[in-house]
Design a protein around this ligand. Structure first.
Ligand code: 0XW
Ligand code: MG
Length: 371
């Protein structure tokens, strides 16, 4: 199988629940998605999607994604998309760094590889563990009562896991966390995610003041060293997200006894190939594993769903149903609800071949570029 054409599309995906705010007043109204369509001489078509969260969340931004993807697309012509490691090596040789630029291409190659084999992506990634995976919803930063109300709304929608956005003033963060915990039924799984915004001392103060609350701490500080210092004061599960950008850092954090779990973002690590490598290693080490992304809709949700579905249930944490975070679709009406079957705070991975997503190309409009 050889790649014959690479087409890039853009999609603006507004958030269903309005502005998303995390620490430091960083906010976005939606995702700006870049979608890659890869056609082959075998008559098969693969799709990939990458969307940064503004320009503030990860070291990635819309202009960089589009410029890099347009520059790299011609290099894919003639390559066999089923040879995922070869494609990865070639893209890494042609463009040093910028993993998020390569993520949608790698995703589309995996879609094709699994379609050619006639199996769903989860099976190509190692097998389907169970039937469904747990979902969570983030409660963006606002006043404590507004956050409590938002958490209740998500519980009413069926979610059983809530991620509280903290990372501002410690006393306000404590009030926010307490308000959400008071508002949700007992048994709700709570993650407090500071998105790397606390100084070491703030994280330690928060931990001291919330000793009696039940939650998992996510990404308290930005630097590796500050998180390591916080670990020494933390007797609850600690998960790192923004820090986990490669296998190297996973190995370092493991040997430093820094982490109990990780969050893998497909775009941050450069696609499905590298996400799988990091996932398999973390799972073998017995660490908790979340696989999600910085943004996107059905194509992206499908890729993370297949990665999660092929992760052993004993280590699987939770993921996002991003297609439900946004108001737009790139599949025909009703398709996404059917294939993801989202209910009671959980979701399935599509059953069709590859990603199992049938893109409704009309919705995407004129392409940005064709190679
Ligand atoms: C909650 N998320 C998955 C959505 C944004 O991409 C950021 C991310 C997070 O973990 O903060
Ligand atoms: Mg996070």
């Amino acid at each position: 199988m050889k790649i014959t054409r690479v087409t890039l599309f853009a999609q603006n995906q507004p958030f269903r629940d309005g502005t998303y705010t995390c620490s430091g007043g960083r906010s976005a109204e939606g995702f700006e998605s870049s979608i890659a369509k890869i056609e082959t001489d075998a008559g098969l078509t693969g799709w990939g999607e990458m969307a940064p969260l503004g320009s503030f969340y990860d070291p990635s931004f819309l202009g960089g994604a589009r410029a890099g993807m347009t520059e790299l697309a011609p290099a894919l012509i003639g390559m066999d998309p089923a040879q995922a490691n070869l494609v990865n090596e070639r893209l890494d040789l042609l463009l040093n760094g910028h993993p998020y630029v390569k993520a949608a291409f790698d995703m589309a190659c995996w879609d094709l590889k699994a379609r050619q084999a006639g199996i769903p992506l989860a099976e190509a990634l190692g097998g389907r563990f169970g039937e469904r995976m747990a979902l969570y919803r983030s409660v963006p930063q606002a006043a404590p009562d507004a956050m409590a109300a938002r958490a209740k709304k998500y519980i009413a929608e069926g979610y059983r896991r809530i991620q509280v956005k903290v990372g501002l003033e410690v006393k306000d963060d404590i009030a926010r966390t307490e308000a959400v915990l008071d508002a949700v039924p007992s048994g709700t799984v709570i993650f407090a995610d500071a998105n790397a915004a606390w100084r070491q001392q703030q994280a330690i103060e928060f931990l001291r003041a919330t000793r009696d609350l039940d939650y998992t701490l996510e990404q308290p500080c930005a630097s590796y060293e500050a998180n390591l210092a916080v670990r020494r004061h933390c007797d609850r599960p600690l998960v790192l997200d923004e820090t986990i950008d490669s296998l190297n850092v996973l190995m370092r954090a493991w040997s430093d006894r820094l982490i109990d779990g990780i969050t893998i973002k497909v775009a941050r690590v450069g696609g499905v190939t590298k996400a799988k490598l990091i996932r398999d290693t973390a799972a073998a080490l017995g660490l908790g594993v979340t696989i999600e992304d910085t943004g996107g809709a059905e194509i992206n949700t499908a890729a993370t769903a297949h990665l999660m579905m092929s992760t052993p249930e004993g280590v699987r944490q939770h993921t996002c149903d991003f297609y439900n975070w946004v108001t737009t679709r790139h599949t025909r009406p009703g398709f996404a609800d059917k294939v993801f079957d989202t209910r009671d705070g959980s979701m399935a991975a599509p059953r069709g071949k590859g990603l199992g997503i049938e893109v409704d190309e009309k919705v995407l409009g004129q392409p940005l570029s064709v190679a």
